[in-house]
Design a protein around this ligand. Sequence first.
Ligand code: OOG
Ligand code: MG
Length: 264
Amino acid sequence: MKTNLTQEQIVRFCERVEGAQRRAHDIAMLTKEFPQMTVEDGYAVQNALRARFIEQGEKLIGWKAGLTSKAKMVQMGVDKPSIGFLTDAMSRPENTAISTHDMVHPRVECEVAFVTKADLSGPACTRADVLAATDFVMPAVEVIDSRYENFKFDLPSVIADNSSSARFVAGGRPRYVDDIEVDGIGVAMELNGEIVEMGSSAAVMGHPADAVAMVVNILHDMGEILPAGSFVMSGGITAAVAVKPGDNVIARYQDLGSVSLRFE
Ligand code: OOG
Ligand code: MG
């Protein structure tokens, strides 16, 4: 992947995004200052952010695909998927209270997560490759938090902001991919006891494993692989729902149980 940004620009944009994430304040889209920013430039900033977090002691535990469903693309006005990295610091246990005070404008979305048992590498990684390398799938609720003003962004800017990654909760009942229809999992998201979103995992690029293959192929373009034991979220099935202190969320998955979380 080739970036047009200088090292100084990468550091400056990375520090701006990191500051917004750490101090939970919003910032203008990076493309406002630098309209010629490309997707590759966005990944250069995201990679710098990853290196910085790891240097600070966070552990890389996996990746996520974002903007992989029509519902998400329409909601965010972006027409291509992106990826983001996940660290141990973003993980929260099921059923605990998640603080909203250290986020800008958190939203929740239902996803299918994959845990891998073999290395995966591109180019041309396929759905079959992903399914063969999957140990099990499990439900996950991602709490995204775009750091951009009014939760509005374009593709290079959101990639630089690590595709809005903030927190995630994995839970429910893990299943082997041979035992269920991974592309036919019905989901319902309840907010304070009322169903607010419903969908099927087929909404994620036709099959969630295709989203994981896309992650692997983008990693290849960055000269990296997806190591065995990675946790990968395949992307929001439905549109994301805003949450505030006091909210209770339960995501129910056909065949995979449910994940619950609350916010304070
Ligand atoms: C970008 C992140 C998208 C997903 O699952 O589609 C994402 C955003 O909508 O803020 O995580
Ligand atoms: Mg997501």
